[in-house]
Design a protein around this ligand. Structure first.
Ligand SMILES: O=C(O)CCC(=O)C(=O)O
Ligand SMILES: [Fe+2]
Length: 372
């Protein structure tokens, strides 16, 4: 498998055949839980237009952004420091502002009654011409890429390529443009661009500008019996400067102490790779795979004194999708390590912990599991 720019984050070439790509995906997911996705097929012009639109949105006057303040569905604008991704470690909120956009769901539809589902809060067309069209086109393209990656994940686990598709018939997607201020982070004082966290869902497709800042935690595979070449690469990560040992706000680990421990506070920079996405796995995939695939801790640190823009796209299952350890990932030596949950339950619990502006009780029914 190729690696890009540094020795620990593998590169998966999506232009090759599925079987070969699935092999690379397995090594990456059971190793660092992060990979670069190259030759992904999303046009560079669309990404450039998206970044242009996002910069313009963040540059709007405060009152225009506040007019889109995140609503009961957690869609809209989240002001500077509204989110605290690592409440145990941070003395202030993340030094960033952001937006949430999702799949457009009419408020008066049946689906619109569900938590986290509803219409987006769009900026007025005359303020940002083409914004809505660009975001919609990008969300469609990223959803398509997410579905392709689901096939590779399933194949890599020895499952039929379409295994996950029934759980993603009404996916919860969140486009989350972020604007980090120029403030230099101060980990010792609890000030971070984005506090250490694992992502909550299935997959994250991250596009960033050229400014570095993302760091991935060195994760212990102490409870993991899987050893792959990529895990060896993870073991070889260099020890970073942070001395904090994590009490890991990492979500999925809560019920299973020790499953994913971040050791020694060591962090590895993840450099932007032009033209490629940085893909990482979230808690739901870790749970589904019974810990074979890793939802790895990561954070954003500003060491440059520069502003930074990044655009994560969170690709999550249907709200009611039941997420439980797959039979193919459970053995006598590796008993099921996670109780079943639903995508909605997990996501709502995590948003409640980390978003000061989100009140989970405003719209919290409807997360019980159904078929998918
Ligand atoms: O800005 C980045 O590079 C990463 C952001 C992130 O990890 C997140 O929002 O979950
Ligand atoms: Fe993240």
């Amino acid at each position: 498998m190729g690696t890009a720019l540094d020795s620990s984050i593998p590169l998966v070439d999506l232009s090759q055949d599925e079987a070969a790509a699935a092999q690379q995906v397995y090594a990456a997911c059971s190793g660092p839980g992060f990979f670069y996705a190259a030759n992904h097929g999303i046009p560079q012009e669309l990404l450039s237009e998206l970044f242009k639109q996002m910069r313009a949105a963040f540059a709007l006057p405060e009152q225009d952004k506040m007019a889109m303040l995140a609503d009961e569905n957690n869609r809209g604008y989240t002001p500077y420091a509204e989110e605290t991704l690592d409440p145990a470690k941070q003395t202030r909120g993340d030094t960033k502002e952001g937006f949430y956009f999702g799949r457009e769901v009419p408020a008066d539809s049946e689906e619109g009654q569900l938590p986290l589902h509803g219409p987006n809060q769009w900026p007025p067309e005359q303020l940002l011409p083409g914004f809505r069209q660009t975001v919609t086109a990008y969300c469609d393209a990223a959803t398509g890429l997410g579905m392709r990656l689901l096939r590779l994940l399933a194949l890599s686990l020895g499952l039929p390529g379409g295994y996950f598709a029934p759980y993603f018939t009404h996916p919860m997607v969140a486009l989350r443009p972020l604007h980090y201020t120029a403030e230099v982070s101060s980990p010792g004082e609890g000030v971070f661009g984005a506090g250490a966290h694992s992502d909550y869902g299935m997959l994250t497709l991250l596009a960033t500008d050229e400014v570095p800042g993302l760091q991935v935690g060195r994760s212990s595979s102490s409870s993991s019996s899987s050893s792959s070449s990529s895990s060896d690469e993870v073991r070889g990560l260099q020890v970073g400067s942070s001395s904090s040992s994590s009490s890991s706000s990492s979500s999925s680990s809560d019920e299973v102490p020790g499953l994913q421990v971040h050791l020694n506070g060591s962090w590895q920079d993840v450099q932007p790779l032009p033209g490629a996405f940085i893909v990482n796995l979230g808690d739901m995939l870790e749970r589904w795979s019974n810990g074979i695939f890793k939802s790895t801790l990561h954070r954003v640190i500003n060491t440059t004194g520069q502003e930074r823009y990044s655009i994560p796209f969170f690709f999550e299952p249907n709200l009611t999708a039941k997420v439980e350890c797959l039979p193919c990932c459970v053995t006598e030596e590796r008993p099921a390590a996670y109780p079943p949950t639903t995508a909605g339950e997990h996501l709502l619990a995590m948003y409640a912990q980390t978003h000061a502006g989100y009140d989970v009780n405003r719209k919290a029914q409807g997360t019980a599991a159904t078929v998918a």
